[in-house]
Each structure stands twice: as structure tokens, then as C-alpha cells.
Ligand binder design. Structure first.
Ligand code: CMX
Length: 435
């Protein structure tokens, strides 16, 4: 079906004059200035990227195509019998900015189903890796191993592609890759942790539902998966994973190279891996307390001990957000509804109470509030997914939706290769007037 592709074509062509006019007529208009602190400090807050897929307000949190998380969860077509929207419909929405009809959703779901078969060599390659390889390394390797499937790469090599059409094979590559991710991720899980007992795909199911099925986890894990993938999809373009994907793609490397690189960035403990770190950290208290929920005083002591040993409190703080992450809140609401009495949820709830005042008292973190990672592992644990090394793979599958959407639009609008400028320490000292 061409419904999504035709709509996307219309949207991209309609948008191009806006981007072209801004560059041609207003290219010298200043929107920011850069300080020495920002240059040394990881380019924090410098406005130098553009995306229309999502926007992160420091106080309100993320909006996808203008909608808040509660609005997205409410407005998008839901899977019959479930509480959560179709991931397929959400992807349509990310790409076009329009709420899809049920018919649109079904057509995208059909596209994904047609493209879901994973080449055998991917599984062979994964099986050849040592079993103690980190699942994120396995995922990244699986994705890059499929680079030979890239339609963009082939068409570019053949010299057939006009710049205005770059987005088209990028779209095809994205759909081909996204369709396969539930299969690859669940294979890694079952191969690594369930003695290679692989569950075949069920062609009747939607993308999120089929993932839950292939993981071997019963309902309502299908809804947990859909929610998880939607919440983790995009967080504008400056975070490490999205930025890495965009940067690699800006060299016209194809989707397989770009998304594999995106996965590698997400695998760091300050970024996606934090959700695994949260679980590991909570488990430590859990074991110390023999499974009992600690008192508020005990929990405070544990938080201070972690800080005093020079470690960060995983799941708290954010480079942009200055308020509780709405992705945290959405998952908290899910927990309050489905697992209010779960002991780990009680831990997380207690942390929500004790950590922010401590981080404020310590006075270092600019944002003392919890981020998405503080809550997500608890839900996975509750539904039986206890191999927390795997959690960041779930994040990556979700994040691939947003990063693919961004890369398709980058190509559609003809954004150039990215190349910020460096300076030397001498130059900064000169600018500061101390040299
Ligand atoms: N615990 C302890 N210290 C923290 C902290 C936390 N949760 N968050 C920030 N700080 C410290 C920083 O380490 C930094 O200390 P130094 O001055 O000694 O280097 C200081 O506070 C200032 O940092 P910041 O400007 O508030 O935060 P950054 O923008 O540099 O970093 C982040 C943001 C997320 C990396 C940081 O808050 C952190 O390490 N949090 C814990 C890890 C985590 O949860 N990451 C996941 C984020 C969401 C995601 O991407 O998945």
C-alpha cells in the first residue's frame, strides 16, 4: 500500500519551500549565541538542530507532532481489546503529523507484516557471538549486518537517485528495518536467556502485540510493549541516540549504518542504559532489606551513600528537562492502575519522594526530578522480564521509530552533512581575555 508513502510525499513537498526560504532569505538571522561553558560542556542547550517530529519543553516535557503524551495515548486508534494505541498508527502520526484512520493503521500494519522476515544470516551471525555479549551489542551487530539490504545504498551507487528523491528509498529501508526489529529483539532475548527456544511470529498480530507474543509474555504485556515503544520513540534530536542517528545519516550513510550507530549511543549508562542501572541499584537495596520496603530514613541513607561514593542516582536528572518527565508520569499511572502493590513499584514511589530533596540539598544536578528510566524497569520486572541487561534493547526498538522518521525527513528536506566547528583551548583563553 502506498497510502502512507503518498501522504508523506505530499507533506515533504509542501514543507520544502519553508526550509528553502529560511535558508535563502533568512540564513543570517541569529537564534542563539554560544558561550565557553557550552563549548566545553557538551554543546548543552545550543540551538543548532531542527526537527518537526517532536519538541522537548524543559518544563512541560515532550510533545510528539504538537501533542502531549496523554493526548497521543488518547487520540490514536487503539488495538481492539487493549488500552494502548497501535505502534503502526503512531509511526504514521510521527511521519505525517496527521492522526491516522483505522484504515490507515491497517495499511501500515500490512506493510510491516509483509516486510517482517529476517534474513537467516542475521540469526546465524547472532548465534556465532559469545552468549555473554551484551544484548545491545547483539542488536547493533544484527542491524549493521543487514546493510547489504539497503535500497538507498544500491540506488545511490547506481547513480540513479536525484537529491529530491533521497527520502524515498530511505523510507523503504526504514520500513524494512522497523518491520524486522520485533523479530530480531525477541530472538536475542529468547536465544540469550531462554535456551534458544524461539517463538515464531503470529501474522495476525500487530507490531507491538507480535513482539510480546514472540517474547513469550502474556497479556497485558502486549499493551506494555506498545506503550513502551511509543513513549521511548523520540525526544527531539539533540540526545545522544537521536543525534548519532542523524549525524551518521547526514553523511548519506544508509538506515542500517545509522540505526546501528544510534543503538551504540543509547547503550551508555548516562543515556538508555540508565533503566538497567535503576533496576540493578534498586535490587541492591531490595537484597539488603530481604525484600522488605525500606523506611524513608533507610532509603535516604542509601541515596546519600550512592552519592558519596561518587556515583549518580540512575533515573534522575536530565540534560534538558527541569520537571518530572511525563514519560515517567505515564508509566507511573500505568503502575498505579495495574501494579499498585508491587514491592519494586513501592521502592520507586519512595524514591520519587526522597531523591529530589536530596539532589536539591546536594546542589549539583540542575534537575532533581525523575526521568523515563526511573520507572520503566519496574514494569518490565513485574511482567516477568527480569533480565535487566535486555531493557535498553526495548528502548532501542522504540527509539528506532523516531530516529527513522527523523532521517526520512532529513532526506526529504535535503539537510546537509553535519559539521560543527572546533576551537582550541588557546583560542578559548584568548576569547576569555586571559591569554
Ligand atoms: N545523580 C547524581 N548527580 C547528578 C545526577 C544524578 N541523577 N544528575 C546530574 N548530576 C550531577 C552531574 O553528574 C554533574 O556533576 P559534576 O558537576 O560533578 O560533573 C552535575 O550534577 C550537573 O549535571 P547536570 O547539568 O544537571 O546534568 P547533565 O546535563 O550534565 O547530565 C544526565 C544529564 C541525565 C546525564 C544526568 O542527570 C545523569 O547522569 N543522570 C543519571 C543517569 C540517567 O538517569 N540517565 C538517563 C537520562 C534519560 C535518558 O537519556 O535515558
Amino acid at each position: 500500500s502506498q497510502v502512507l508513502k503518498n501522504k508523506l510525499k505530499e507533506k515533504i513537498e509542501g514543507w520544502r519551500p519553508r526550509t528553502a526560504r529560511l535558508t535563502k532569505e533568512f540564513g543570517n538571522v541569529k537564534i542563539d549565541e554560544v558561550t565557553i561553558g557550552q563549548v566545553i560542556g557538551g554543546a548543552r542547550d545550543i540551538k543548532c538542530l531542527v526537527t518537526d517530529i517532536s519538541y522537548l519543553d524543559p518544563f512541560e516535557g515532550i510533545r510528539f507532532r504538537g501533542l502531549t503524551i496523554p493526548e497521543v495515548l488518547e487520540k490514536l486508534p487503539k488495538v481492539p481489546g487493549g488500552e494502548m494505541p497501535y505502534v503502526e498508527g503512531f509511526f504514521f502520526f510521527l511521519l505525517t503529523g496527521d492522526i491516522p484512520s483505522m484504515k490507515d493503521v491497517e495499511e501500515v500494519a500490512e506493510e510491516f507484516k509483509k516486510r517482517q522476515d529476517v534474513p537467516q544470516y542475521v540469526f546465524d551471525m547472532l548465534k556465532a557471538l559469545p552468549k555473554d555479549s551484551h544484548p545491545m551489542a547483539m542488536l547493533s551487530a544484527a542491524i549493521v549486518s543487514m546493510q547489504r539490504e539497503s535500497i538507498f545504498f544500491k540506488e545511490y551507487e547506481e547513480g540513479k537517485l536525484h537529491k529530491n528523491d533521497y527520502w524515498d528509498p530511505t523510507y523503504e529501508d526504514s520500513l524494512n528495518l522497523l518491520a524486522k526489529l520485533p523479530r530480531i529483539a525477541s530472538f536475542i532475548y529468547r536465544w540469550k536467556y531462554k535456551n534458544g527456544d524461539i517463538i515464531p511470529s503470529d501474522p495476525k498480530l500487530d507490531w507491538g502485540g507480535n513482539f510480546a507474543h514472540m517474547m513469550g509474555i502474556p497479556k497485558p504485556y502486549d499493551d506494555v510493549s506498545r506503550m513502551y515503544f511509543i513513549l521511548h520513540s523520540d525526544h527531539e534530536s539533540g540526545n545522544v541516540s537521536a543525534h548519532t542517528g542523524h549525524l551518521i545519516a547526514s553523511a548519506l550513510s544508509d538506515i542500517y549504518y545509522s540505526i546501528s550507530g544510534m543503538v551504540n549511543g543509547l547503550a551508555g549508562p548516562l543515556h538508555g542504559l540508565a533503566n538497567q542501572e535503576v533496576l540493578k541499584w534498586i535490587q541492591e537495596i531490595y537484597e539488603k532489606k530481604g525484600g522488605n520496603v525500606p523506611t524513608e530514613e533507610e532509603m535516604k541513607q542509601f541515596v546519600w551513600d550512592t552519592l558519596k561514593s561518587g556515583q549518580v542516582i540512575p533515573g534522575f536528572g536530565h540534560a534538558v528537562l527541569r520537571k518530572t518527565d511525563p514519560r515517567y508520569t505515564a508509566q507511573r499511572e500505568f503502575c498505579l492502575k495495574h501494579l499498585p502493590d508491587d514491592p519494586l513499584f513501592k521502592y520507586v514511589d519512595l524514591l520519587y519522594k526522597v531523591v529530589p530533596p536530596i539532589l536539591l540539598e546536594q546542589g549539583k544536578a540542575k534537575n532533581p526530578w525523575p526521568n523515563v528510566d526511573a520507572q520503566s524497569g519496574v514494569i518490565q520486572w513485574y511482567y516477568g522480564l527480569r533480565e535487566y541487561d535486555f531493557y535498553t534493547v526495548l528502548f532501542a526498538v522504540g527509539r528506532a521509530l523516531g530516529v527513522c522518521a527523523n532521517i526520512i525527513w532529513d532526506r526529504g528536506l535535503g539537510y546537509p552533512i553535519e559539521r560543527p566547528k572546533s576551537v582550541t583551548t588557546d583560542m578559548l583563553e584568548e576569547a576569555a581575555g586571559i591569554k
